[in-house]
Design a protein around this ligand. Sequence first.
Ligand code: NAP
Length: 288
Amino acid sequence: MLDRRIGASTLRFAVLGESLSHTWSPYIHNSLFLAASRDAVYLPVTIGRDRLSSAVDVLRSCFAGFNVTIPYKERILPLLDEVDDAVRACGAVNTVENREGKLIGHITDGLGMLSAIDKGGVRTQSVRALILGAGGAARVAGYEFLARGGEVTFAARDAQKAGQLCAELSETQQDGQARIRICKLDSIPQTAYDILINCTPVGMYPKTEESPVTRDVVAQCRAVFDAVYNPRTTKLLAIAREEGIPAIEGLGMLFHQAVEAQKFWFGPEIGVPEEAQLSIYRELSAAL
Ligand code: NAP
């Protein structure tokens, strides 16, 4: 049977990385294109570190947009023409928009996380967030909660790293310094938090019996989100559910960072109704 879906007018998108054997991005984006009846295709593009610049030249000339993953999220910065405020604050890019040859960098990981939390029925505006970890995911989470008027406490095992993160993020926000606190992961102050966000890999397969914090800390929080999505129900989320606390899975972040990327490429309406998005999400979750 002839497959006429891809032709000269088809818009091309890609994910650029060094090793893409485990990426779910082509699956998610192509499913969204299909659901929106969009003449577009999304491909994994694997390149070595010495070829990044030439690969970006090719993408600039014949791709409508692309995602960037490890190890290029920071390395791509000097090759772009413009970046948004979130990228300036977080120092990394995962989505590039090609506006008539001009490459504009965005980061949608934090937007995707907060969108997953919103869709889970938990408020993200002006909340007190306790964020575990001080790496890339903690930084984007912190940036988005602060941008929505919230207060953030970073709890990390490396106090120096958390202090550095706090100093850098404070500069990007009005009243930033007053709205960010840091503490050690093993001595979290006994205060109530609206949401606990795990941005450490603790609990990830194969160490699925581990939780980054004790049950007492979980009980101080009104909701829990875990960026880890393998397994889907981590030990941390299981504890939250046992305590009767809303528990939101990290897989939603993976899915919604893709939806947020498409909003940069196509505008706020990506042409996929909520129900169709949910059905793609369910298929993704079953495929994992
Ligand atoms: P990262 O930059 O390497 O940061 C990891 C953070 O966790 C660091 O602060 C690290 O502390 C801390 N950490 C590592 N092992 C720890 C342990 N055993 N106990 C306590 N703290 C520990 O990684 P990332 O990119 O932020 O990712 C963090 C997690 O989020 C990973 O599990 C990743 O898979 C997940 N993630 C999920 C999504 C999604 O779509 N759901 C997206 C991005 C990331 P040190 O600095 O002291 O090592």
